[in-house]
Design a protein around this ligand. Structure first.
Ligand code: CP
Length: 320
């Protein structure tokens, strides 16, 4: 595997899930695979879980790890070609990427949507420069439109806790004070469609996700109706994806607190498990009582980030 962005990059999903559960039993099973190999993690944006779990995954495989926070200690990078670099940016990504590649075997990149242009974000301009110019396998650690390590961990968590063969999984928008990217809901919808679940998406009008991720999945604008009989509730905020109105891309269209997931919502579910990728704003996205309930899976989900990253890195190492 040379690139990890989409569920299809992983190959056969049931076999990847099998490997995930094998690694949950013994996370050091393939400790010899990464011996003498180096993983470089590049962060353009903050992280807690991705930063720690991906390093831990590399250690599980016996790899060396280098972490670079681009905005703290490195030269400020220009990303647009053709720009006269007379401002505060000292180095161009076109030199920086091949230089970084000299020191590693695999590169992970975190680079969020910038909301300057939908075309640039949905064209994954930064991640694609790493893919194009590094000559190394590249994995998205949340890029402008996708967060595949999170979605794979979410799927592992659903497999771990599901009580029926084809659970009802509800992806719900919830309010947030700031404009957030669509990477998590995009990948969650994409990965759930590839898995054997009954997915329903619910959000206020204007928040329609890109069809390339959500396909023809049922969208229910009545949140309470969507929650009825749910086995898993996955909450996340996202800003306007600009599908129905391009000019609104990246905007906050609603702060309606009636969408906050609370006990009233959970009462109409099938005693659903609550999920969120974290970090979460309590009492905006979800109330204290719901996130603290025994049915909250936010910690097991975060734990499975180590497993999803171990499977992905193992598969990348196998193609070196
Ligand atoms: N869920 C997730 O990716 O968390 P971080 O942003 O802390 O890495």
């Amino acid at each position: 595997m040379n690139v990890f962005r989409y569920v299809s990059d992983l190959g056969d999903l049931p076999s990847a899930l099998g490997e995930a559960f094998e690694l949950k039993g013994d996370r050091f099973k393939y400790h010899d695979r990464g011996c003498g190999k180096t993983l470089l993690l590049i962060f353009f944006n903050n992280s807690l879980r991705t930063r720690l779990s991906t390093q831990k995954a590399a250690m599980n495989l016996g790899m060396n790890v280098i972490v670079l926070d681009v905005n703290q200690g490195a030269w400020k990078l220009e990303t647009e070609r053709g720009v006269v670099m007379d401002g505060d940016k000292s180095e161009h990504l076109l030199e920086a990427v091949p230089v970084m590649a000299q020191y590693c075997d695999i590169i992970g990149v975190r680079t969020f949507a910038r909301f300057e242009s939908r075309e640039a974000d949905y064209g994954e301009e930064i991640l694609n420069q790493f893919i194009r110019y590094s000559g190394r396998p590249v994995l998205s650690m949340e890029s402008a439109t996708v967060h595949p390590l999170q979605a794979f961990a979410d799927l592992i968590t659903i497999e771990q806790y599901r009580r029926k063969a084809r659970p009802k999984v509800v992806l719900t928008w919830a309010p947030h004070p700031r404009a957030l990217p669509q990477a998590v809901p995009n990948s969650f919808a994409e990965w759930m469609r590839a898995a054997d679940v009954d997915l329903v998406v619910t959000h206020p009008e204007g928040y329609e996700l890109d069809p390339r991720f959500v396909g023809d999945v049922r969208v229910e604008y009545d949140q309470m109706k969507a929650f009825e009989g749910a086995d898993f509730v996955y909450a996340k905020n996202w800003s306007c994806p600009g599908v129905t109105c391009r000019e609104d891309y990246g905007k906050v269209l609603s702060r309606d607190m009636a969408w906050t997931v609370d006990s009233r919502h959970m009462a109409v579910t099938n005693d659903a498990f609550f999920m969120h990728c974290l970090p979460v704003r309590r009492n905006m996205i979800v109330t204290d009582d719901v996130i603290e309930a025994p049915t909250s899976l936010v910690i097991p989900e975060a734990a499975n980030r180590e497993i999803s990253a171990t499977v992905v890195l193992k598969r990348m190492l196998e193609t070196l």
